[in-house]
Design a protein around this ligand. Structure first.
Ligand code: SAM
Length: 283
C-alpha cells in the first residue's frame, strides 16, 4: 500500500464521519506522530510504500477513528500553544479556547518586575499551568487537581516541557484546608450540566473523562463559587481570577461574582464568538 492509497482508504472509510480535509489532517498527523514521517511526504512521495508494521498500525488507528475515539487519545499527544502534551483518557483534551484564556493572562502580565504566585485549579493535562510557567518565568505556578492519575500525567508533562510547576492534590470543593496566598488564579473547571449531554458529540461523551466535564444539574457553578470564596480570603487585593466559563451560564456567573461585593468583571469572547472567558478582579 502506497502513501496515497493509504490516504484514499482513510478518506473512503471515514467519509460518513468527517469532512475530507479533517480526514487528511488526521492521516498526516498519524504519519507524523506515529511513524515520524514528515507531513510533506504524502505530496512529495505519494507512491512510497508503507511497511507491514505501518500497515497494521494504520488499520488499528482507522478502527479507533471509526469508533469515534479522539485522535489525541489515539496518538497519545495534544498540542497546546508551544507545548506537546501527553494525554490519555484520564485528562481532558486541551481546547483552543483555553489557549485564549492563557493568552489573556499573558497579555495582562507582560513586564513583571516581581515574582507573581499563580494557582491553576483543575489542571488536567497541566496545559494552562505549564504554558503559563513556560511563557512567563516570573509566575510561580501551583497546579491543583483532585485525581492522582491526572496529576501524575501533568507532572510528566511539566518535566517533558522543562518547566517548573508545583503540583498539589486537593479538592476544589474543600478549599477551607488550602491556605496559599495568591496573586493570580486561573481555572477551567468542570462546567457542563448533564442535560447538555444530548448536544455533545460521541467523541467527547464516550471518551473524555466525565469528572472533568460534568457538574450537578442543580448547582452548575459549584466550582466557581468555591474558587471565588477562596479568593475572598487568599487572593491579594487587586488580584485577578481568570475563568473559562460555559457561555450558557454567563448571566448566572455574573450574578454569582457580583454577590460577593468585592469583585468586578470583564468578559471576553473566544475565537468562535462565544462569551467564554471572564476576568474577575478583587477590589
Ligand atoms: C474542564 S477540566 C480542565 C482541565 C485543564 N485545565 C484544561 O483546561 O484542559 C477540569 C479539571 O478539574 C478536575 N477536577 C474535577 N473535580 C475536581 C475537584 N473536586 N477538585 C479538584 N479538581 C477537580 C478534573 O480532574 C479536570 O482535570
Amino acid at each position: 500500500m502506497t502513501y496515497s492509497e493509504g490516504r484514499n482508504i482513510f478518506r473512503e472509510k471515514l467519509k460518513s464521519l468527517f469532512e475530507v480535509n479533517e480526514i487528511d489532517f488526521y492521516f498526516k498527523t498519524v504519519l507524523q506522530s506515529i511513524f515520524n514521517i514528515e507531513q510533506t511526504a504524502l505530496a512529495l512521495s505519494p507512491t512510497k510504500l508503507f511497511n507491514e508494521n505501518q500497515k497494521r498500525e494504520l488499520e488499528k488507528v482507522l478502527k479507533q477513528l471509526l469508533q469515534e475515539q479522539p485522535l489525541q487519545y489515539i496518538i497519545g499527544k495534544a498540542y497546546f500553544r508551544s507545548l506537546t502534551l501527553t494525554v490519555n483518557s484520564s485528562v481532558l483534551i486541551p481546547r483552543p479556547e483555553t489557549e485564549e484564556l492563557v493568552n489573556w493572562v499573558l497579555e495582562d502580565h507582560q513586564n513583571l518586575e516581581e515574582k507573581q504566585t499563580l494557582i491553576d485549579f483543575g489542571t488536567g493535562s497541566g496545559c494552562i499551568a505549564i504554558a503559563l510557567a513556560k511563557e512567563q518565568p516570573s509566575f510561580e505556578v501551583t497546579a491543583i487537581d483532585f485525581y492522582s492519575s491526572v496529576l501524575n500525567l501533568a507532572k510528566q508533562n511539566a518535566i517533558k516541557n522543562k518547566t517548573s510547576v508545583s503540583f498539589l492534590q486537593h479538592d476544589i470543593l474543600q478549599l477551607n484546608t488550602l491556605k496559599l496566598n495568591v496573586d493570580i488564579i486561573v481555572s477551567n473547571p468542570p462546567y457542563i450540566p448533564p442535560s447538555e449531554q444530548r448536544e455533545m458529540k460521541p467523541n467527547v461523551l464516550n471518551y473524555e473523562p466525565h469528572l472533568a466535564l460534568f457538574v450537578p444539574e442543580n448547582d452548575p457553578l459549584i466550582f466557581y463559587r468555591s474558587i471565588l470564596e477562596y479568593g475572598l480570603l487568599y487572593l491579594v487585593s487587586d488580584g485577578l481570577i481568570y475563568f473559562e466559563i460555559n457561555p450558557r451560564f454567563l448571566s448566572e456567573m455574573k450574578s454569582l461574582i457580583l454577590s460577593f461585593k468585592v469583585y468586578s468583571i470583564l468578559e471576553r469572547k473566544d475565537i468562535f464568538g462565544k462569551l467564554r472567558m471572564l476576568r474577575v478582579q478583587k477590589k
